[in-house]
Design a protein around this ligand. Structure first.
Ligand SMILES: Cc1cc2nc3c(=O)[nH]c(=O)nc-3n(C[C@H](O)[C@H](O)[C@H](O)COP(=O)(O)O)c2cc1C
Length: 204
């Protein structure tokens, strides 16, 4: 089993990464493979709604981190999307990335585990957390919580390392995700056959 963890912040080795590493370490201790993917500092364009991905074997015409992630996501069992809080929201990079990753890809993510992690200096954590969670909640995923909302506090990695409750929250998140993934594997049940056909746009 494998979990992909995405760092959507501008710092490869910052607060968000610290939180993701704590989740990853816990998953690894539970014999679950992990990979942390940093989105980098190059601009990630938003979705332009051209719908070409719906025809083009599910690939975006902008060939960047989004397409390489989609390939990896096909083989992954779980996901953790991490972001620093920027103005009480997820980072622009992660928002653009997730808009393009999730658009029209319900089948790729359905039945898989997902969690969000946010880091902030002081405020806006739950607003950003709610924002990121919404991608999973519209994609038939199993969203994982912890002993507190999945957040860590600090302006830099050294400060975040002192947020002992934040780190504990990340470890418990890892344990909860490992439990769910192992339970799904052990139960070996058929996934529910979901109804997908109806789309009403409220046009009279
Ligand atoms: C553009 C920008 C906006 C920010 N907005 C907030 C904010 O609304 N609330 C907050 O507490 N911290 C805010 N911060 C601070 C970061 O969220 C915080 O330092 C975070 O832990 C950094 O994570 P990173 O090291 O992974 O980038 C902001 C930082 C930047 C660069």
């Amino acid at each position: 089993m494998k979990v992909l963890l995405v760092n959507g912040g501008p710092h490869q080795d910052g607060c968000t990464n610290l939180a993701l590493e704590e989740v990853a370490k816990t998953l690894e201790n539970e014999n679950i493979e992990t990979e942390i993917i940093w989105l980098g500092n190059k601009a990630i364009s938003g979705c332009i709604g051209c719908n070409s991905c719906l025809k083009n074997d599910n690939h975006c015409f902008v060939n960047d981190e989004v397409n390489s992630f989609i390939e990896k996501a096909k083989k992954a069992d779980g996901f953790v999307f991490g972001s620093p809080v920027h103005f009480a929201a997820a980072s622009g990079a992660l928002t653009s990335f997730l808009d393009r990753v999730f658009y029209g890809r319900g089948k790729l993510f359905a039945g898989k585990a997902c969690a969000s992690v946010v880091s902030c200096r002081r405020g806006g954590a739950t607003a950003a957390f709610d924002q990121i969670n919404k991608y999973a909640l519209i994609s038939n995923m199993y969203l994982i919580g912890s002993s507190y909302w999945n957040q860590i506090h600090g302006s830099n990695k050294e400060e975040a390392a002192k947020d002992l409750e934040g780190l504990q929250t990340m470890r418990n998140l890892g344990k909860n995700m490992a439990f769910l993934l192992k339970s799904i594997q052990k139960a070996n049940l058929e996934r529910p056959e979901l109804e997908m056909g109806i789309k009403t746009n409220f046009i009279r």
